[in-house]
Ligand binder design. Structure first.
Ligand code: PLP
Length: 410
């Protein structure tokens, strides 16, 4: 019998036409070459990851919990870890409980699950323009419409928010990264936070506050979270929150643990649990126990100051190198924390077309068009400063300036 060739292409579900490999993750494969200075990924510095602490914590967990640490676990996550997160996330005047927390495989899975339970085809989602690429990828298969809110150095523009009422009256959700945004590095100012929270409540628009970078602040005071501002409007009741808050240990402990969370009213957590029981049952038990051990040992508090100091230094080196080499060709954001800044070239060169030349010169960045939902941003690029040693940052920016200037003149 002759085996016939089966064409799986013809069997893919319609929704897969909205799926594609992430430009950023594909680029990371090339950028991982040792000869490339990569500003492309959103990676923590490998040398700051808590290798020895994780080794000791793993031993301690296996000694203490034995097989329990390797067993199936609750879909919501390890109860003691949810307790820890609920204490950390409780805003002033509100007491969250473990029932308000779901632990996921990173913030990314949290966002995916939220999309699964909240979005229908045709829904409108307000997003900062530009915004986090993998959120767009996660939610596009649900056939939602992303409505871009223009952003400046203080975050999304509020004078354009009236169009939330008019043009986008049926917007269901607003997704925001208020601290050291990905990709722009900007932070939503406190007055704008207050207004966003109030207006979204008034207009029945739920807020997804994604805050992976809030702990990485290098200067100034932290404004209150949208979650805290909304809680103040409902006397701290977690069950009445209009804000669902997403967090992660990826940028502070280690991304390889794949641990993130959602803080939400119980009815939302319950729906997320239903979705995740049909997806992956629960987050890896061993990872959760290791993270809890690290947190109880105080690893996070001990290590965060050194992480902040090093990343602040790397940011400053990048800003200084940009001023020295790229001032004639571009402008850029000045982040007060986080891992990224966004460069806008003065000329209308496409940074996607610039990238192959940059790779030839031994540097990588992410072309900014992929973060924009309105077709703009072709002359922007995202630079990560946390994952490259300072001397390589300075050299990389010098090379970037050479590539930009040669393409601009030619
Ligand atoms: C804005 C934003 N949200 C979510 C994530 C996903 O983080 P995690 O590693 O926790 O899945 C990232 C990672 O880069 C991010 O920048």
């Amino acid at each position: 019998m002759v085996a016939t060739h089966m064409d799986w292409n013809r069997r893919f579900a319609c929704r897969t036409r909205h799926m594609q490999r992430s430009a950023v993750r594909e680029l990371l494969k090339v950028a991982a070459r040792p000869d490339i200075i990569s500003f492309a990924g959103g990676l923590p510095a490998a040398e700051l990851l808590p290798v020895e602490e994780v080794r000791q914590a793993t031993d301690a967990v296996l000694m203490r919990h034995g097989g329990r640490a390797l067993q199936y676990g609750e879909s919501e996550g390890v109860a003691e870890l949810r307790d820890w997160i609920s204490r950390k996330e409780s805003p002033p005047g509100a007491a969250l409980s473990r029932d308000n927390v779901l632990i996921a495989h990173g913030a990314q899975q949290a966002l995916d699950l939220l999309g699964r339970v909240l979005l229908d085809s045709g829904d409108t989602v307000l997003v900062e323009n530009p915004t986090y690429l993998a959120l767009l990828s996660a939610w596009r298969p649900w056939e939602v419409r992303f409505a871009p809110l223009p952003s400046d150095a203080n975050g999304m523009h509020l004078d354009r928010l009236p169009h939330v009422d008019a043009r986008h009256a049926r917007a269901k959700l607003l997704y925001t990264i208020p601290n050291f945004q990905n990709p722009s590095g900007t932070t939503l100012s406190e007055p704008r936070r207050q207004e966003v929270v109030q207006r979204c409540r008034d207009n029945g628009i739920g807020i997804i506050e994604d805050d992976p970078y809030g702990e990485l602040r290098y200067e100034g005071d932290a404004p209150p979270s949208l979650y805290a501002l909304d809680a103040a409007l409902v006397r701290g009741s977690p069950e009445m929150s209009n804000v669902l808050r997403v967090g992660t240990f990826s940028k502070t402990l280690a991304p390889g643990l794949r641990l993130g969370w959602v803080v939400a009213p119980r009815m939302v957590i319950d729906k997320l649990v239903q979705a995740r029981q049909a997806t992956d049952l629960h987050t890896g038990t061993l990872s959760q126990w290791i993270a809890l051990e690290l947190l109880e040992q105080g690893t996070l508090e001990q290590r965060l100051p050194a992480i902040r100091t090093e990343y602040r230094h790397r940011r400053d080196v990048m800003l200084a190198a940009l001023a020295e080499h790229l001032g004639a060709w571009a402008t850029w954001t000045r982040p007060a924390g986080g891992m990224f800044l966004l460069v806008t070239l003065n000329t209308c060169i496409s940074t996607a077309e610039l990238l192959p030349h940059a790779l030839k010169a031994g540097i990588a960045f992410v072309p900014g068009d992929v973060f924009h939902t309105d077709g703009s941003g072709a002359n922007t690029l995202r630079l990560n400063f946390s994952n490259t040693p300072p001397d390589r940052i300075a050299e990389g920016i010098r090379r970037l300036a050479e590539v930009v200037s040669s393409r601009s003149v030619g």
